[in-house]
Design a protein around this ligand. Structure first.
Ligand code: 4AD
Ligand code: MG
Length: 461
Protein backbone atom coordinates (compact mmCIF):
# COMPACT_ATOMS: atom_id res chain seq x y z
CA UNK A 1 0.00 0.00 0.00
CA UNK A 2 1.92 2.99 -1.22
CA UNK A 3 1.04 6.30 0.37
CA UNK A 4 2.47 9.77 0.69
CA UNK A 5 2.94 10.87 4.27
CA UNK A 6 1.03 14.04 5.04
CA UNK A 7 4.18 15.89 6.08
CA UNK A 8 5.55 15.40 2.56
CA UNK A 9 2.45 16.81 0.86
CA UNK A 10 3.39 20.35 1.74
CA UNK A 11 6.39 20.38 -0.60
CA UNK A 12 5.41 22.83 -3.39
CA UNK A 13 6.62 20.44 -6.07
CA UNK A 14 3.75 18.04 -5.45
CA UNK A 15 1.01 20.52 -6.38
CA UNK A 16 -0.98 19.14 -9.32
CA UNK A 17 0.02 15.52 -8.82
CA UNK A 18 -2.09 12.49 -7.95
CA UNK A 19 -1.54 11.40 -4.36
CA UNK A 20 -2.64 8.59 -2.09
CA UNK A 21 -2.98 9.34 1.65
CA UNK A 22 -4.01 7.30 4.66
CA UNK A 23 -4.74 8.43 8.17
CA UNK A 24 -7.25 9.15 10.91
CA UNK A 25 -10.08 11.63 10.56
CA UNK A 26 -9.87 14.54 12.97
CA UNK A 27 -13.12 16.16 11.86
CA UNK A 28 -15.66 16.30 9.06
CA UNK A 29 -17.92 19.19 8.17
CA UNK A 30 -19.72 20.58 5.13
CA UNK A 31 -23.08 20.49 3.37
CA UNK A 32 -24.89 18.36 0.83
CA UNK A 33 -22.73 19.66 -2.04
CA UNK A 34 -19.30 19.42 -0.53
CA UNK A 35 -17.71 17.76 2.52
CA UNK A 36 -14.37 18.63 4.16
CA UNK A 37 -12.35 16.11 6.10
CA UNK A 38 -9.33 17.08 8.24
CA UNK A 39 -6.97 14.10 8.04
CA UNK A 40 -3.91 13.41 10.16
CA UNK A 41 -1.48 10.50 9.88
CA UNK A 42 0.86 11.31 12.77
CA UNK A 43 3.74 12.36 10.53
CA UNK A 44 3.18 16.05 11.31
CA UNK A 45 1.11 18.34 13.48
CA UNK A 46 -0.59 19.57 10.29
CA UNK A 47 -3.79 18.06 8.92
CA UNK A 48 -4.44 17.78 5.23
CA UNK A 49 -7.86 18.93 4.08
CA UNK A 50 -9.72 16.44 1.90
CA UNK A 51 -12.43 17.97 -0.27
CA UNK A 52 -15.21 15.55 -1.24
CA UNK A 53 -17.46 16.72 -4.05
CA UNK A 54 -20.80 15.13 -3.18
CA UNK A 55 -21.61 14.72 -6.87
CA UNK A 56 -18.99 11.91 -6.79
CA UNK A 57 -19.75 10.34 -3.38
CA UNK A 58 -22.91 9.18 -1.65
CA UNK A 59 -24.11 9.99 1.86
CA UNK A 60 -23.91 6.28 2.59
CA UNK A 61 -20.17 6.28 1.74
CA UNK A 62 -19.53 9.25 4.02
CA UNK A 63 -21.47 7.91 7.01
CA UNK A 64 -18.59 5.89 8.52
CA UNK A 65 -16.20 8.82 8.02
CA UNK A 66 -16.40 10.01 11.62
CA UNK A 67 -13.91 11.57 14.03
CA UNK A 68 -11.40 8.82 14.80
CA UNK A 69 -12.14 6.71 11.74
CA UNK A 70 -9.35 5.59 9.44
CA UNK A 71 -9.48 6.18 5.71
CA UNK A 72 -7.57 5.97 2.44
CA UNK A 73 -8.08 8.74 -0.10
CA UNK A 74 -6.66 9.22 -3.56
CA UNK A 75 -6.99 12.42 -5.51
CA UNK A 76 -5.31 15.49 -6.85
CA UNK A 77 -3.25 17.79 -4.65
CA UNK A 78 -4.21 21.40 -5.37
CA UNK A 79 -3.49 24.79 -3.89
CA UNK A 80 -6.00 25.70 -1.25
CA UNK A 81 -8.26 28.74 -1.18
CA UNK A 82 -9.06 28.21 2.49
CA UNK A 83 -7.14 30.23 5.04
CA UNK A 84 -4.50 28.52 7.17
CA UNK A 85 -3.63 25.80 4.69
CA UNK A 86 -1.46 25.77 1.59
CA UNK A 87 -2.91 22.74 -0.17
CA UNK A 88 -5.75 20.26 -0.11
CA UNK A 89 -6.76 17.06 -1.86
CA UNK A 90 -9.69 16.84 -4.26
CA UNK A 91 -10.81 13.32 -3.51
CA UNK A 92 -11.34 10.84 -6.34
CA UNK A 93 -11.59 7.61 -4.34
CA UNK A 94 -12.42 6.97 -0.72
CA UNK A 95 -11.88 3.75 1.20
CA UNK A 96 -12.81 3.39 4.88
CA UNK A 97 -10.54 1.05 6.85
CA UNK A 98 -12.50 1.37 10.08
CA UNK A 99 -15.11 3.69 11.45
CA UNK A 100 -15.20 5.00 15.05
CA UNK A 101 -18.47 5.55 16.84
CA UNK A 102 -19.33 8.50 19.05
CA UNK A 103 -17.75 6.82 22.08
CA UNK A 104 -14.28 7.54 20.62
CA UNK A 105 -12.86 9.62 23.48
CA UNK A 106 -10.62 11.93 21.45
CA UNK A 107 -13.48 13.98 20.05
CA UNK A 108 -12.46 17.29 18.72
CA UNK A 109 -10.84 19.48 21.36
CA UNK A 110 -10.53 20.77 24.86
CA UNK A 111 -9.75 17.67 26.91
CA UNK A 112 -7.74 18.24 30.06
CA UNK A 113 -4.33 16.59 30.39
CA UNK A 114 -5.69 14.66 33.40
CA UNK A 115 -8.46 13.20 31.25
CA UNK A 116 -5.97 12.29 28.54
CA UNK A 117 -3.75 10.48 31.08
CA UNK A 118 -6.65 8.13 31.77
CA UNK A 119 -6.89 7.50 28.04
CA UNK A 120 -3.17 7.06 27.47
CA UNK A 121 -3.86 4.33 24.91
CA UNK A 122 -5.51 6.85 22.59
CA UNK A 123 -3.90 10.15 23.52
CA UNK A 124 -1.15 9.76 20.87
CA UNK A 125 -3.95 10.60 18.40
CA UNK A 126 -4.21 14.13 19.76
CA UNK A 127 -2.22 17.12 18.50
CA UNK A 128 -0.55 17.58 21.88
CA UNK A 129 0.68 14.01 22.24
CA UNK A 130 1.57 13.69 18.59
CA UNK A 131 3.83 16.72 19.02
CA UNK A 132 5.35 15.46 22.29
CA UNK A 133 6.04 11.97 20.92
CA UNK A 134 7.66 13.31 17.76
CA UNK A 135 9.89 15.61 19.84
CA UNK A 136 10.75 12.73 22.18
CA UNK A 137 11.78 10.58 19.22
CA UNK A 138 13.90 13.36 17.71
CA UNK A 139 15.64 13.96 21.06
CA UNK A 140 16.48 10.26 21.38
CA UNK A 141 18.08 10.38 17.94
CA UNK A 142 19.95 13.59 18.80
CA UNK A 143 21.43 11.90 21.86
CA UNK A 144 22.85 9.04 19.83
CA UNK A 145 24.11 11.44 17.20
CA UNK A 146 25.85 13.65 19.73
CA UNK A 147 27.77 10.79 21.33
CA UNK A 148 28.44 8.85 18.14
CA UNK A 149 29.88 11.95 16.48
CA UNK A 150 32.23 12.32 19.44
CA UNK A 151 33.38 8.71 19.17
CA UNK A 152 31.63 7.45 22.30
CA UNK A 153 30.51 3.81 22.25
CA UNK A 154 26.94 2.79 23.09
CA UNK A 155 27.22 0.28 25.94
CA UNK A 156 24.29 -1.93 26.89
CA UNK A 157 24.20 -2.36 30.64
CA UNK A 158 21.97 -4.94 32.34
CA UNK A 159 18.47 -4.17 33.56
CA UNK A 160 18.49 -6.96 36.12
CA UNK A 161 21.18 -6.47 38.72
CA UNK A 162 22.33 -7.64 42.13
CA UNK A 163 23.88 -4.30 43.17
CA UNK A 164 22.33 -1.00 44.21
CA UNK A 165 24.21 1.77 42.40
CA UNK A 166 22.73 4.78 44.13
CA UNK A 167 22.44 3.08 47.53
CA UNK A 168 19.02 4.58 48.00
CA UNK A 169 17.37 1.20 48.46
CA UNK A 170 14.47 2.08 46.17
CA UNK A 171 14.64 -1.01 43.98
CA UNK A 172 12.02 -3.29 42.46
CA UNK A 173 12.79 -6.87 43.35
CA UNK A 174 12.97 -9.45 40.55
CA UNK A 175 12.16 -12.98 41.62
CA UNK A 176 10.52 -16.18 40.45
CA UNK A 177 9.97 -17.41 44.01
CA UNK A 178 6.31 -17.76 45.05
CA UNK A 179 5.77 -14.61 47.12
CA UNK A 180 3.04 -16.13 49.26
CA UNK A 181 5.17 -19.10 50.30
CA UNK A 182 8.87 -18.73 49.48
CA UNK A 183 11.36 -21.48 50.41
CA UNK A 184 13.08 -20.71 53.70
CA UNK A 185 16.46 -21.49 55.21
CA UNK A 186 16.77 -23.12 58.62
CA UNK A 187 16.80 -19.75 60.37
CA UNK A 188 13.57 -18.71 58.65
CA UNK A 189 14.98 -16.25 56.09
CA UNK A 190 13.91 -16.44 52.42
CA UNK A 191 16.18 -18.93 50.68
CA UNK A 192 17.40 -16.99 47.65
CA UNK A 193 19.71 -19.81 46.62
CA UNK A 194 16.48 -21.36 45.28
CA UNK A 195 15.62 -18.22 43.30
CA UNK A 196 16.19 -17.88 39.55
CA UNK A 197 19.58 -16.20 39.83
CA UNK A 198 20.53 -17.91 43.08
CA UNK A 199 20.60 -14.58 44.91
CA UNK A 200 18.39 -11.49 45.43
CA UNK A 201 18.10 -9.36 42.29
CA UNK A 202 16.29 -6.20 41.28
CA UNK A 203 15.65 -3.87 38.34
CA UNK A 204 18.52 -1.45 37.93
CA UNK A 205 18.36 2.14 39.21
CA UNK A 206 21.33 3.12 37.01
CA UNK A 207 23.75 1.58 34.53
CA UNK A 208 26.65 3.57 35.90
CA UNK A 209 28.65 0.88 37.68
CA UNK A 210 28.77 -1.28 34.55
CA UNK A 211 29.28 1.93 32.56
CA UNK A 212 32.50 2.46 34.51
CA UNK A 213 33.67 -1.00 33.44
CA UNK A 214 33.08 0.08 29.84
CA UNK A 215 34.78 3.47 30.20
CA UNK A 216 37.87 1.94 31.80
CA UNK A 217 38.25 -0.25 28.72
CA UNK A 218 36.80 1.65 25.75
CA UNK A 219 37.59 5.16 26.99
CA UNK A 220 34.29 6.92 26.42
CA UNK A 221 30.90 5.21 26.53
CA UNK A 222 27.27 6.11 27.02
CA UNK A 223 24.22 4.13 28.02
CA UNK A 224 20.66 4.99 27.07
CA UNK A 225 17.99 2.79 28.54
CA UNK A 226 15.21 2.38 31.05
CA UNK A 227 15.90 2.60 34.78
CA UNK A 228 13.58 1.85 37.67
CA UNK A 229 13.03 3.45 41.04
CA UNK A 230 10.55 2.27 43.62
CA UNK A 231 10.54 5.58 45.49
CA UNK A 232 7.05 6.47 46.54
CA UNK A 233 7.31 10.04 45.30
CA UNK A 234 4.19 11.27 43.63
CA UNK A 235 5.57 14.45 42.08
CA UNK A 236 5.34 15.99 38.61
CA UNK A 237 9.05 15.16 38.15
CA UNK A 238 9.33 11.50 39.23
CA UNK A 239 8.54 8.28 37.42
CA UNK A 240 9.01 4.71 38.66
CA UNK A 241 10.26 3.78 35.16
CA UNK A 242 12.25 6.42 33.33
CA UNK A 243 14.93 6.54 30.66
CA UNK A 244 18.41 7.69 31.49
CA UNK A 245 21.46 8.59 29.42
CA UNK A 246 24.70 7.93 31.27
CA UNK A 247 27.99 8.87 29.63
CA UNK A 248 31.10 7.68 31.43
CA UNK A 249 34.57 8.87 30.43
CA UNK A 250 38.07 7.78 31.34
CA UNK A 251 40.59 10.62 31.82
CA UNK A 252 37.89 13.25 32.52
CA UNK A 253 37.99 15.35 35.67
CA UNK A 254 34.97 17.21 37.05
CA UNK A 255 35.66 20.24 34.86
CA UNK A 256 35.71 18.12 31.68
CA UNK A 257 32.53 16.46 32.93
CA UNK A 258 30.77 19.82 33.36
CA UNK A 259 31.89 20.98 29.92
CA UNK A 260 30.49 17.84 28.34
CA UNK A 261 27.19 18.05 30.23
CA UNK A 262 26.66 21.66 29.16
CA UNK A 263 27.56 20.99 25.53
CA UNK A 264 25.34 17.90 25.50
CA UNK A 265 22.10 19.45 26.78
CA UNK A 266 22.57 22.47 24.55
CA UNK A 267 23.06 20.20 21.54
CA UNK A 268 19.81 18.37 22.31
CA UNK A 269 17.80 21.57 22.74
CA UNK A 270 19.26 23.04 19.52
CA UNK A 271 18.46 19.82 17.66
CA UNK A 272 14.82 19.94 18.77
CA UNK A 273 14.47 23.60 17.79
CA UNK A 274 15.96 22.88 14.37
CA UNK A 275 14.04 19.68 13.65
CA UNK A 276 10.74 19.98 15.54
CA UNK A 277 9.92 23.64 15.03
CA UNK A 278 6.24 23.25 14.19
CA UNK A 279 5.58 20.91 17.09
CA UNK A 280 7.35 23.22 19.54
CA UNK A 281 5.46 26.21 18.16
CA UNK A 282 2.20 24.32 18.63
CA UNK A 283 3.03 23.51 22.27
CA UNK A 284 4.12 27.08 22.85
CA UNK A 285 0.79 28.34 21.57
CA UNK A 286 -1.18 25.84 23.65
CA UNK A 287 0.72 25.63 26.92
CA UNK A 288 3.56 28.09 27.41
CA UNK A 289 3.84 31.38 25.51
CA UNK A 290 7.48 31.78 26.63
CA UNK A 291 8.67 28.33 25.58
CA UNK A 292 10.91 29.18 22.62
CA UNK A 293 12.30 32.22 24.40
CA UNK A 294 13.21 30.00 27.36
CA UNK A 295 14.90 27.40 25.14
CA UNK A 296 16.83 30.05 23.21
CA UNK A 297 17.75 31.70 26.52
CA UNK A 298 19.36 28.51 27.80
CA UNK A 299 21.28 28.08 24.54
CA UNK A 300 22.61 31.62 24.73
CA UNK A 301 23.75 31.48 28.35
CA UNK A 302 26.89 30.11 29.97
CA UNK A 303 25.81 27.88 32.83
CA UNK A 304 26.77 29.23 36.25
CA UNK A 305 29.27 27.00 38.06
CA UNK A 306 29.00 27.22 41.81
CA UNK A 307 29.86 25.12 44.84
CA UNK A 308 27.11 23.70 47.04
CA UNK A 309 28.53 25.71 49.93
CA UNK A 310 28.21 28.98 48.01
CA UNK A 311 24.73 27.95 46.81
CA UNK A 312 23.54 27.30 50.36
CA UNK A 313 24.93 30.68 51.41
CA UNK A 314 22.91 32.44 48.70
CA UNK A 315 19.78 30.57 49.77
CA UNK A 316 20.33 31.38 53.45
CA UNK A 317 20.87 35.04 52.70
CA UNK A 318 17.91 35.25 50.30
CA UNK A 319 15.45 36.05 53.07
CA UNK A 320 13.07 33.65 51.34
CA UNK A 321 10.85 31.39 53.43
CA UNK A 322 11.20 27.91 51.94
CA UNK A 323 8.94 24.98 52.73
CA UNK A 324 12.04 22.87 53.51
CA UNK A 325 14.71 24.61 55.61
CA UNK A 326 18.16 25.19 54.07
CA UNK A 327 21.37 24.74 55.98
CA UNK A 328 24.79 23.34 55.12
CA UNK A 329 24.32 19.57 54.89
CA UNK A 330 20.71 19.62 53.74
CA UNK A 331 19.73 17.85 50.53
CA UNK A 332 18.45 20.61 48.25
CA UNK A 333 14.80 20.48 47.26
CA UNK A 334 13.48 21.55 43.92
CA UNK A 335 12.22 24.85 45.44
CA UNK A 336 15.84 25.67 46.40
CA UNK A 337 17.23 24.63 43.04
CA UNK A 338 14.64 26.68 41.22
CA UNK A 339 15.28 29.73 43.39
CA UNK A 340 18.96 29.70 42.40
CA UNK A 341 18.20 29.18 38.72
CA UNK A 342 15.04 31.19 38.13
CA UNK A 343 15.36 34.03 40.59
CA UNK A 344 18.97 34.49 41.60
CA UNK A 345 21.03 33.73 38.48
CA UNK A 346 18.30 33.54 35.80
CA UNK A 347 20.18 30.83 33.93
CA UNK A 348 21.12 27.15 34.43
CA UNK A 349 23.43 26.39 37.33
CA UNK A 350 25.90 23.56 37.83
CA UNK A 351 26.25 22.98 41.54
CA UNK A 352 29.36 21.08 42.67
CA UNK A 353 31.12 19.73 45.74
CA UNK A 354 28.20 18.52 47.83
CA UNK A 355 28.53 17.15 51.38
CA UNK A 356 29.57 13.53 51.10
CA UNK A 357 26.75 12.37 53.41
CA UNK A 358 24.04 13.24 50.89
CA UNK A 359 25.76 11.74 47.84
CA UNK A 360 26.58 8.24 46.61
CA UNK A 361 29.59 6.20 47.75
CA UNK A 362 31.46 6.28 44.41
CA UNK A 363 32.09 10.03 44.23
CA UNK A 364 35.62 11.40 44.47
CA UNK A 365 36.36 12.76 47.92
CA UNK A 366 37.76 16.26 48.21
CA UNK A 367 40.75 17.23 50.34
CA UNK A 368 38.52 18.95 52.92
CA UNK A 369 37.25 15.55 54.08
CA UNK A 370 33.68 16.87 54.00
CA UNK A 371 32.66 17.20 50.36
CA UNK A 372 32.72 15.11 47.21
CA UNK A 373 33.22 16.06 43.58
CA UNK A 374 29.54 15.83 42.65
CA UNK A 375 27.84 17.97 40.04
CA UNK A 376 24.12 18.56 39.55
CA UNK A 377 22.89 20.55 36.58
CA UNK A 378 19.88 22.63 37.61
CA UNK A 379 17.38 23.96 35.08
CA UNK A 380 14.58 26.48 35.11
CA UNK A 381 11.18 24.87 35.81
CA UNK A 382 12.77 21.43 36.20
CA UNK A 383 15.32 21.69 38.99
CA UNK A 384 17.83 18.83 38.72
CA UNK A 385 18.08 17.60 35.14
CA UNK A 386 21.52 15.96 35.41
CA UNK A 387 23.36 14.33 38.31
CA UNK A 388 26.96 13.22 38.05
CA UNK A 389 30.45 13.33 39.50
CA UNK A 390 34.10 12.64 39.16
CA UNK A 391 34.56 9.11 40.50
CA UNK A 392 36.80 8.05 43.36
CA UNK A 393 39.77 6.47 41.59
CA UNK A 394 41.69 5.42 44.71
CA UNK A 395 41.04 1.85 45.81
CA UNK A 396 41.75 2.62 49.46
CA UNK A 397 39.53 5.67 49.68
CA UNK A 398 36.70 3.91 47.89
CA UNK A 399 37.04 0.87 50.18
CA UNK A 400 36.96 3.11 53.22
CA UNK A 401 33.68 4.68 52.03
CA UNK A 402 32.15 1.29 51.25
CA UNK A 403 33.07 0.07 54.72
CA UNK A 404 31.74 3.17 56.47
CA UNK A 405 28.45 2.91 54.62
CA UNK A 406 28.22 -0.83 55.24
CA UNK A 407 27.82 -1.68 51.54
CA UNK A 408 28.10 -5.48 51.21
CA UNK A 409 31.50 -6.15 49.63
CA UNK A 410 30.37 -9.35 48.00
CA UNK A 411 28.24 -7.27 45.64
CA UNK A 412 31.07 -4.93 44.75
CA UNK A 413 34.19 -7.03 44.06
CA UNK A 414 33.95 -6.64 40.28
CA UNK A 415 33.48 -2.88 40.56
CA UNK A 416 36.51 -2.56 42.84
CA UNK A 417 38.62 -4.38 40.27
CA UNK A 418 38.52 -1.19 38.12
CA UNK A 419 40.51 0.47 40.92
CA UNK A 420 42.85 -2.51 41.40
CA UNK A 421 43.88 -2.95 37.79
CA UNK A 422 44.97 0.22 36.00
CA UNK A 423 42.74 2.71 37.79
CA UNK A 424 42.30 6.08 36.06
CA UNK A 425 40.68 9.41 36.84
CA UNK A 426 37.21 9.23 35.33
CA UNK A 427 33.84 10.94 35.44
CA UNK A 428 30.29 10.63 34.24
CA UNK A 429 26.74 11.80 34.68
CA UNK A 430 23.13 10.80 34.18
CA UNK A 431 20.55 12.84 32.29
CA UNK A 432 16.93 12.02 33.03
CA UNK A 433 15.48 11.75 29.53
CA UNK A 434 11.93 12.65 30.55
CA UNK A 435 13.16 15.74 32.38
CA UNK A 436 14.82 16.87 29.15
CA UNK A 437 11.63 16.18 27.18
CA UNK A 438 9.67 18.05 29.85
CA UNK A 439 11.89 21.07 29.44
CA UNK A 440 11.86 21.08 25.64
CA UNK A 441 8.09 20.57 25.32
CA UNK A 442 7.14 23.07 28.03
CA UNK A 443 4.89 20.50 29.68
CA UNK A 444 4.65 20.57 33.47
CA UNK A 445 3.94 16.95 34.41
CA UNK A 446 6.42 14.16 33.65
CA UNK A 447 3.48 11.77 33.08
CA UNK A 448 2.78 13.69 29.89
CA UNK A 449 6.15 13.19 28.21
CA UNK A 450 6.41 9.38 28.26
CA UNK A 451 3.87 7.34 26.32
CA UNK A 452 2.85 5.05 29.17
CA UNK A 453 3.87 6.43 32.57
CA UNK A 454 4.61 4.16 35.52
CA UNK A 455 3.97 5.84 38.87
CA UNK A 456 2.85 4.65 42.32
CA UNK A 457 -0.47 2.77 41.97
CA UNK A 458 -0.44 3.13 38.20
CA UNK A 459 0.76 0.59 35.65
CA UNK A 460 -2.19 0.75 33.25
CA UNK A 461 -1.66 0.15 29.52
O1 4AD B 1 20.94 11.86 40.19
P1 4AD B 1 20.70 10.43 39.81
O2 4AD B 1 20.06 9.54 40.81
O3 4AD B 1 22.13 9.88 39.37
C1 4AD B 1 22.43 8.61 39.01
O4 4AD B 1 21.65 7.70 38.89
C2 4AD B 1 23.88 8.45 38.62
N1 4AD B 1 24.20 7.02 38.63
C3 4AD B 1 24.12 9.09 37.28
C4 4AD B 1 25.56 8.99 36.83
O5 4AD B 1 26.40 9.68 37.38
N2 4AD B 1 25.85 8.16 35.87
O6 4AD B 1 19.84 10.38 38.47
C5 4AD B 1 20.27 11.04 37.31
C6 4AD B 1 19.14 11.83 36.69
C7 4AD B 1 18.58 12.93 37.58
O7 4AD B 1 19.35 14.10 37.50
C8 4AD B 1 17.19 13.12 37.00
O8 4AD B 1 17.24 13.93 35.83
C9 4AD B 1 16.83 11.72 36.58
O9 4AD B 1 18.03 10.98 36.43
N3 4AD B 1 15.97 11.04 37.55
C10 4AD B 1 14.65 10.81 37.38
N4 4AD B 1 13.83 11.10 36.36
C11 4AD B 1 12.54 10.73 36.48
N5 4AD B 1 12.03 10.04 37.54
C12 4AD B 1 12.83 9.72 38.59
N6 4AD B 1 12.33 9.02 39.61
C13 4AD B 1 14.21 10.10 38.53
N7 4AD B 1 15.26 9.94 39.35
C14 4AD B 1 16.32 10.51 38.74
MG1 MG C 1 20.61 13.19 41.70
Amino acid sequence: MKRTKIKDLFAPSLIGSEVSVMGWVRSRRGNKHVQFVALNDGSTIRNIQIVLDMARFTDEQLKPVTTGSSIHVTGKLVESMGKGQTCEIQAETLEVFGTADETFPMQKKGHTLEFLREKAHLRPRTNTFGAILRIRSALAFAIHRFFQEKGFFYLHTPLITASDCEGAGAMFQVTTLPIDNPPRTEDGAVDYSADFFGKPTALTVSGQLEGELGATALGEIYTFGPTFRAENSNTPRHLAEFWMIEPEMAFYDIKDNMDLAEEFVKYCIRYALDHCREDIEFLQQMYDPDLIQLLEGVLASDFVRLSYTEGVKILEESGRKFEFPVYWGADLQSEHERYLVEEHFKRPVILTDYPKEIKAFYMKQNEDGKTVRAMDVLFPKIGEIIGGSEREASYDKLMERITTLGIPMKDMWWYLDTRRFGTVPHSGFGLGFERLVLFVTGMTNIRDVIPFPRTPKNAEF
